[in-house]
Design a protein around this ligand. Sequence first.
Ligand SMILES: Cc1cc2nc3c(=O)[nH]c(=O)nc-3n(C[C@H](O)[C@H](O)[C@H](O)COP(=O)(O)OP(=O)(O)OC[C@H]3O[C@@H](n4cnc5c(N)ncnc54)[C@H](O)[C@@H]3O)c2cc1C
Length: 267
Amino acid sequence: MAHFDLLTKIHAGEKLSEKEVAAYERVKARVDMICAEAKRKDVSVLIDAEETWIQKPVTDITRDMMAKYNTEKALVFYTFQMYAHSMLGHLKELHADAKENNYRLGAKLVRGAYMEKEAERAQEMGYENPIQPSKEATDRDFDAATEYCIQYIEDIGLFAGSHNEKSNYLVTLYLEKYGLPRDDRRVYFGQLYGMSDHISFNLANAGYNVIKYVPYGPIKATIPYLMRRANENTSVKGQSSRELTLIKKEMQRRKEAKKEFAHQDKF
Ligand SMILES: Cc1cc2nc3c(=O)[nH]c(=O)nc-3n(C[C@H](O)[C@H](O)[C@H](O)COP(=O)(O)OP(=O)(O)OC[C@H]3O[C@@H](n4cnc5c(N)ncnc54)[C@H](O)[C@@H]3O)c2cc1C
């Protein structure tokens, strides 16, 4: 979609060459083309957030796309990484902008996947680390943000992207608290393909809207994405490793059930 170096330069407020200005115009046109086609087909576009040092142009572009295409409902979604301590305030700011300019805010909420990289760069370059001081602070803001979106659902479309069992459960409680049906078209849960199926399947089975993210693309671009997922799956603090325990428990249960059936067959 866009060269990383170009986005970095724009974020830093550096002067662009004529060629770079033209390249940025092409980036915006490409994104617009995708959003226009999505609108025609009535499918959502979720624009990811990555490193904070390329975020400004991503914010500008996504905000413009939301203002243009989210007139009736949230079709284009902006990603809020709740591990950044400024993010809850940013969510409220964009909500105010949406109200003022008469568009629906598409809020994709995640915790954020670049924590170590962010801390390293901040230290290296001598600026304040944008990441929250603890996992608990990230959890608190993630859950506060999901409640905020549900509370103001008339203006917002929510996509809660998380593998955290408690956060997903809390979203179901907030739906109940604010009197919304489980399948309200403005509220979506999302997990990555091959991860946390126990959350996705149980939510879908109970009537909630659930989306599985399926990664695709050229190997070179897909490998870093898969590496981040592999790291998360081995992280002790993450909940993903719990899934393996659940799978092992289920395999053991089936083995025992099979034995039990075999025993009953004799009679
Ligand atoms: C559908 C979907 C879409 C996604 N899209 C994006 C995206 O666009 N951009 C992006 O960056 N990520 C994205 N992610 C990844 C996401 O940001 C998380 O890295 C991942 O989901 C793990 O967090 P969790 O909510 O599942 O729960 P948990 O496993 O409970 O939380 C782990 C997360 O908590 C945070 N954390 C851990 N330790 C600390 C600490 N010491 N201090 C502060 N915070 C801490 C980190 O963000 C870490 O990733 C997406 C995830 C999903 C499910």
